[in-house]
Design a protein around this ligand. Structure first.
Ligand code: NAD
Length: 486
């Protein structure tokens, strides 16, 4: 049985709390690891190590050297891709295809892109006039924010954790990472690679555990943590904001979504189906950017529904070790119970269940896993909880519409503002409707496509702040203005 220990000050160690918890496989319900739970003393040790490292070799390292080291880290992650992939798929039940093509390569890229960017980023310079005519020079200085607390979720653990650790380290900070209790493995493994390439001790620390009353809450309350970056549910974000209020620590939040896709009658239907299949069912619907509401212009509504149904029914369910699997299980029994409660609610509310709606039976070990049927509904009003609340499963509701104004209003009528997808071959419409979407990321004829130098984040209840490219500097650095009278 694997045991995941804590990684503090460059070394693996048992939790002083003496407490361990089980990690259960989503694919077959078996215990696959025991995980050390960090409580107050362990969290304090990790934060102290991170604070001390700011004053050690890491803090004194020239920027170019630091960035070169992170480039080597990215290469070392690539060299151990198979190990990261195995750790990730066993924790999450993801298909190997998703882990191999999307998650693990993005982990390495997250270090490479921010190291390259920081190496080439300078600050602003303004010359100002003064009454004596000699002027003054104003220079913007960037300094690391300090110790960054990183709280990450389970749905794409390595990708989302490194999306924060990459820019944090490139900007010269140190980190204490609290991965989700459902996905402890890849953050732990990364400690080994940090040591392998010579990242100084204390720069990267990992504490395992839960949120409330455990490592997550203790980390976000710790007064020596200078900033907290969090990806997860909106409600958890609200709790963390309260915890971070003590000492007025800065927060960066990437939260939930209830993202719309709009399919116009002038779309390329093959493209629309391909995009919808990915955005609804990729990662078993456990993607913050995924589509859970689809609006289809009435003349093509029946065709779209029939084709998406055929696509959903052709998916092959299985864990990472099931040959030919195209859709995995949900992360946990608890999460499946939550998604199934929406399946039940949809039926109670009179939805037309186009396909799915239950739990599949396989007659093999998968029956002990947390599989669920890909599901499509139609026929519910816009104020139904199925259309308003984030479900985070392989499911969507499809609604017909008649006019552009009507569909823009429906798409924007949500507390969330993370992403939106528009399917049309009409360029003017793409610009017009795209600009009207109240969301941080808007795709036309695509989904999940983005240059990492662009900004990423959500509006409304979907987040606070933007990360990505130079936008990450906003959160991961402190700025000072140095004004020199000439
Ligand atoms: P979650 O909010 O339940 O947990 C996320 C992390 O927060 C975990 O590590 C958890 O242990 C920790 N946590 C929970 N309560 C805490 C507390 N009080 N204090 C400190 N830490 C606490 O989210 P999840 O279920 O792991 O992930 C799914 C959610 O994440 C969905 O809502 C999804 O939309 C969202 N998400 C958003 C993005 C984005 O970029 N906007 C990306 C991925 C996932």
């Amino acid at each position: 049985m694997i045991t995941h220990r804590l990684f503090i000050d460059g070394a693996y160690r048992d939790a002083k709390s003496g407490q361990l918890f089980d990690k259960i496989s989503p694919s077959n319900g078996q215990v696959i690891a025991r995980v050390h739970e960090a409580l107050a003393e362990d969290v304090a040790d990790a934060v102290a190590a991170a604070a001390a490292a700011l004053k050690g070799p890491w803090g004194k390292m020239p920027k170019a050297e630091r960035c070169d080291l992170l480039m080597r880290l990215a290469d070392a992650i690539d060299a151990r891709r198979a190990d990261f992939m195995e750790a990730e798929v066993q924790d999450t039940g993801h298909t190997r295809h998703f882990a191999e093509k999307v998650e693990i390569p993005r982990g390495a890229a997250n270090f490479r892109i921010f190291a390259e960017m920081m190496k080439n980023t300078g600050g602003e310079y303004f010359h100002m006039d003064t009454p004596d005519g000699r002027g003054a020079a104003n220079l913007e200085l960037h300094r690391p924010k300090g110790v960054i607390g990183v709280i990450s979720p389970w749905n794409a653990p390595f990708l989302l954790m490194t999306w924060k650790v990459g820019p944090a380290l490139a900007c010269g900070n140190t980190v204490v990472v609290k991965p989700s209790e459902e996905s402890p493995a890849t953050a732990t493994l990364l400690g080994e690679v940090m040591n392998e390439v010579g990242i100084p001790k204390g720069v990267y620390n990992v504490i395992q555990g839960f949120g409330p009353g455990s490592a997550g809450e203790l980390l976000t309350q710790h007064p020596r943590v200078d900033g907290i970056t969090f990806t997860g549910e909106t409600r958890t974000g609200e709790a963390i904001m309260k915890q971070a209020a003590r000492g007025l620590r800065d927060v960066s939040f990437e939260l939930g979504g209830k993202n719309p896709a709009i399919v116009f009658a002038d779309c390329d239907m093959d493209k629309a189906i391909e995009v919808a299949m990915r955005s609804v069912f990729a990662n078993t619907g456990q993607v913050c950017l995924g589509t859970e509401r689809i609006y289809v212009e009435r003349p093509v509504f029946d065709t779209f529904v029939a084709r998406l149904k055929a696509g959903a029914e052709a998916l092959v369910q299985g864990g990472p070790d099931t040959p030919g699997a195209t859709i995995g299980p949900l992360i946990s029994d608890e999460h499946r119970r939550k998604v199934l409660s929406y399946y039940a609610k949809a039926r109670e509310l009179g939805a037309t269940v186009v396909t799915g709606g239950g739990v599949p039976q396989f007659g093999d070990a998968r029956d002990q896993g947390f599989f669920i049927e890909p599901t499509i509904w139609t026929g519910l009003p816009e104020d139904s909880p199925i259309v308003r609340e984030e479900i985070f499963g392989p499911c969507c509701h499809i609604q017909p519409f008649d006019t552009e104004d009507e569909v823009i209003a429906m798409a924007n009528d949500t507390q969330y503002g993370l992403s939106a997808t528009i399917l049309t071959e009409n360029l003017s419409r793409a610009h017009r409707v795209g600009a009207a979407m109240e969301a941080g990321l808007i795709w036309v004829n695509s989904w999940f496509l983005r240059d990492l130098r662009t900004s990423f984040g959500g509006s409304k209840s979907s987040g606070i702040g933007r990360e990505g490219g130079v936008h990450s500097l906003e959160f991961y650095t402190e700025r000072s203005n140095l004004c020199i009278k000439l």
